[in-house]
Design a protein around this ligand. Structure first.
Ligand SMILES: [Zn+2]
Length: 302
């Protein structure tokens, strides 16, 4: 956690939310099967990921796999009570020790969505080059601003920076990805090839990112890759069409909603709550349970 005025204020706000009784009402509704939770991580410390897993287990949650999620969505399994699905984006190198090792230790399923290019080439993620260049005054655009650029423009800028600022590998290696994919509680999904913002890509580029990452991962891992997470959570209707034609069966967004019996059939727009590496665990409890985003939801009378 980073100590800042924002984080300290948010820590107390999170405690107030928990003490207000909203958390216990939320858990009762989860136990009633009103909704299931969907949570995602990026590059958490082992302590943070393990604390989240232990919190869910202590509160009586069952952690379900993406395959079980498919069965629930298709009606082959009943909608669960007190359940959560855990996913991880990008394929960070630390995921091997901080995610996969914990998943196998606690025997809880987790899906890691990997972008294949940083894994294959050893280059850093594109936003790390922009952040480093921005800090050194080499580019004026922030990472957030770059996400809004047309894809070719962003790629051009990143390529210019790459030759000037070499960065170390941030992603798993192909061998590490294979190794964790072979462990019992980890499944691998796709997060495109280069992690573009799909909504800023041309049709062909978006289609290739979605289809090619699936075939690359399947070649590496010798197992079907049926699940996808949109980079930065961005998508349009055409991405759903490309996903369907490539044979994906689930796709995860970054929309902060609950999964309910009423929306679980929308398998290409699955919502997720995030856990952040820079904030207090108390605030993360409120984030991963959706309390942070849906304060008004629990003001309703039920
Ligand atoms: Zn990502």
């Amino acid at each position: 956690m980073i100590f800042s005025i924002r984080n300290i204020a948010a820590f107390f706000a999170a405690w107030m939310l928990i003490l207000s009784g909203k958390m216990s009402r939320l858990r009762k509704r989860a136990a009633n099967g009103d909704f299931l939770l969907s949570v995602y991580f990026h590059d958490p410390s082992r302590k943070l990921f393990e604390s989240c897993v232990k919190w869910f287990l202590r509160k009586g949650f069952t952690i379900i796999s993406a395959d079980e999620y498919e069965q629930i969505a298709s009606g082959k399994k009943p909608f669960p009570k007190s359940a959560v699905i855990l996913t991880v984006d990008d394929g960070w190198r630390n995921n091997k020790e901080n995610i996969a090792a914990v998943a196998n230790q606690y025997k809880i399923p987790v899906t890691i969505f990997a972008s294949t290019q940083p894994i294959e080439t050893g280059e850093a993620y594109w936003w790390s080059y922009i952040a480093a260049a921005n800090k050194q005054g080499l580019v004026k655009q922030s990472v957030t601003a770059c996400k809004k650029l047309a894809n070719e423009e962003r790629v051009h800028l990143v390529n210019e920076v790459k030759v000037r600022i070499p960065l170390e590998r941030e992603a798993l290696t192909v061998d590490e990805l294979k190794e964790i994919s072979n462990t019992p509680f980890v499944s691998i999904g796709s997060h495109t090839v280069t992690h573009p913002i799909l909504s800023t890509c041309g049709d062909q580029q978006s289609h290739d990112e979605i289809a090619r990452s699936k075939s690359i991962l399947e070649t590496w891992l010798h197992t079907p890759v049926n699940h996808f997470a949109y980079p930065n959570g961005d998508y349009k209707e055409r991405e759903i069409k490309y996903l369907q034609s490539a044979g994906y069966r689930l796709a995860f967004t970054t929309q902060t909603h609950y999964i309910t019996p009423g929306n679980i059939a929308h398998v290409y727009t699955i919502p997720r709550f995030d856990v952040l590496e820079t904030i207090s665990f108390t605030e993360n409890i409120c984030r991963m349970t959706g309390l942070w985003f849906n304060k008004s939801l629990f003001n309703e009378k039920h």
